[in-house]
Design a binder for this molecule. Structure first.
Ligand code: RP5
Length: 169
């Protein structure tokens, strides 16, 4: 059985549905991941213990999702040199801008590669993890190329339909 090489961590169970989008992408590419709930604020010791052990366990990428004062990705990045991709959760009060700025504005030295807010961001986080892994894996690289070719076909098909369609009523 293949061992996990991507860790998906999230700050709360309330982040689960959003982070599942990253997991779906990884599964599409047959990448085994481990998913955990832990919080930079509520369980800081667990974050330290878990993240600092990931490199020895041969993990390659961490995807970390959190909301509001979303410190989880930055704190995770402080305990490992593995690449950390941050997914800002959409929030009720500020729409996720709070989460986004908390992640993207890391002071220089400890980067968090931050994607967009919410489910679309989580999908991109999955794809970015695939791209990072694909840089040293030819087979995975080819799979990613095929994924993009399918996406491009979808655009061409939509364009073709538009030509024959009476779309302005
Ligand atoms: C963050 O606070 C979590 O990542 C979550 O997005 C947000 C709210 O957490 P809950 O109050 O829903 O547990 O730490």
């Amino acid at each position: 059985m293949k061992k996990p090489i991507v860790a998906i961590v999230m700050g709360s169970a309330s982040d689960r549905d959003t982070m599942a989008e990253a997991g779906k992408i990884l599964s599409e590419f047959d990448i085994v991941f481990e998913a955990r709930i832990m919080s930079a604020h509520r369980t800081p010791d667990l974050v330290k213990d878990y993240v600092s052990g990931l490199s020895d366990r041969k993990f390659k990428v961490i995807i970390a999702g959190a909301g509001k004062a979303a410190h989880l990705p930055g704190v995770a990045a402080s305990f490992t040199c593995l690449p950390v991709i941050g997914v800002p959760m959409e929030t009720r009060d500020l729409g996720g801008l709070d989460s986004l700025l908390s992640m993207v504005q890391m002071p220089p030295g400890i980067p968090v590669g931050t994607v967009g807010i919410g489910k679309a961001g989580a999908r991109n986080a999955g794809l970015l993890a695939v791209a990072i892994l694909a840089a040293s894996d030819r087979l995975l690289y080819s799979k990613l190329e095929r994924y993009r070719a399918v996406m491009a076909n979808g655009v061409s098909e939509a364009d073709e339909l538009l030509q024959g369609d009476d779309w302005i009523k």
